[in-house]
Design a protein around this ligand. Structure first.
Ligand code: HEC
Ligand code: HEC
Length: 342
């Protein structure tokens, strides 16, 4: 049993302390190898909810809105300002900078692979992309745009009308259609095929010897897969891993002391393009992240996860882990930013 919690937030907040299934242990037995590789295989399709199915018209409208800075009151902050494809859909900053150049409390997380995510934000306070999308537009610290003004501004741009009509016939320009279109687009933001995926698909030469040792450590001695599991490298759960600071994360949101300092396990896809790391950007490099884990966390608190212990890694093992993390980065096609409707 570990301190972490499997959650489901919604109208009722239900919490289950989970007996966690044992992490996959790397083994030399070829059968176990096959099992291990199966656990990391990419899915072939993006799941879209029935209430908001995918269409190319919806994706186009959502992308246009995502990159349109006129969704902010200042007219210069778009979703893509902070969730920037040039930084693997983060912003490369320790903590986000929003409206009025104010620094926010947390670092911008990537929006990669959120189609599969059961909860959003570092503390998991939103359940669906549709619920989340209007939040940053209205948040005073982020885009600071009152919803009435937003609707008026979009309606004042005649080229938007037909885009909405093609995407959501008869539904018009509304909070709902804006949130739905942005969500459809976000679900299409998926990390591409990385050397690691090629290795999982059977190409033994896709990883270097060091990266293969790193993969073994990741699933074995270093215990990373206890939390960074599945092809997305996250268990979608919340843990205190010993990052210093005052932010209580999941504990503050649910008002449960045992969950203080717990944050959502971030995906490790394309992670080497997203420095600095952690919810507060407090770790500058992947090597310093490995040092944190090797030390069993930087602070010891009663809430520290049972899965975080001193690891006793050698310096070459640390390097192997860093090399392995780099193998999770895909080379993706450049993202084309649509022309802003007039
Ligand atoms: C000023 C920078 C900024 C802007 C602009 C911004 N975001 Fe974010 N975004 C953040 C930060 C910071 C967080 C994490 C907040 C937290 O966890 O408390 C976040 C979290 C998210 C998440 C949750 C990701 C996850 O892994 O849980 C999604 C989805 C998201 N933003 C989408 C959007 C959309 C859509 C827009 C535009 C409507 C937008 N953001 C605008 C900074 C920004
Ligand atoms: C107990 C669960 C757990 C274990 C075990 C674990 N992680 Fe994490 N990992 C997390 C959580 C939770 C965070 C975010 C913590 C925060 O922001 O405060 C994180 C953050 C990270 C980050 C930063 C990613 C980002 O975008 O900021 C990297 C890299 C990382 N872990 C790699 C590893 C490696 C490598 C190992 C094994 C040595 C490992 N993790 C073991 C849960 C875990």
């Amino acid at each position: 049993m570990r301190a972490s919690v499997v959650y489901s937030v919604g109208a009722l907040i239900s919490i289950t302390l989970s007996a966690y299934s044992a992490p996959l242990v790397y083994a030399s037995d070829p059968r176990d190898q096959v099992e291990l590789k199966t656990a990391y295989r990419r899915p072939s399709e993006i799941p879209h909810p029935d209430e908001n199915r995918y269409t190319p018209e919806r994706e186009k409208l959502g992308k246009t809105l995502f990159f349109d800075p006129r969704l902010s009151v200042s007219g210069f902050i778009s979703c893509g300002t902070c969730h920037n494809p040039a930084f693997a859909w983060g912003d490369g900053l320790p903590r986000a900078i929003g409206h009025g150049m104010k620094t926010l409390g947390r670092r911008t997380p990537t929006i990669l692979n959120l189609a599969w995510a059961p909860s959003l934000f570092w503390d998991g306070r939103a359940d669906t992309l549709e619920d989340q999308a209007l939040g940053p537009i209205q948040a005073p610290g982020e885009m600071n745009m009152p919803i009435g003004d937003l609707l008026a501004r979009i309606k004042s741009l005649p080229e938007y009308g037909p885009l909405f009509e093609l995407a959501y016939p008869g539904e018009g320009v509304s909070q709902k259609t804006i949130a739905k279109a942005i969500s459809v687009y976000e679900r299409t933001v998926v990390s591409g095929v990385s050397p690691f995926d090629q290795y999982i698909a059977g190409n033994e030469r896709a990883l270097t010897a060091s990266q293969k040792r790193g993969f073994a450590l990741f699933n074995g001695k270093a215990n990373c897969a206890a939390c960074h599991s599945s092809w997305r490298f996250t268990d979608d759960s919340f843990h205190d891993i010993g990052v210093p600071g005052e932010d209580l994360g999941r504990g503050a949101f649910l008002e449960i002391e045992e969950l203080n300092y717990a944050f959502k396990t971030p995906t490790l896809r394309n992670v080497d393009r997203r420095a600095p790391f952690m919810h507060d950007g407090s770790e500058a490099t992947l090597m310093s992240v490995i040092e944190l884990y090797d030390a069993g966390g930087r602070v010891r608190r009663p809430t520290l996860s049972d899965e975080i212990k001193k690891l006793g890694l050698t310096s070459s093992e640390k390097q192997d882990l860093v090399e392995f993390l780099k193998a999770l980065t895909s080379v993706d096609d450049p993202v084309m930013v649509p022309a802003a409707p007039r």
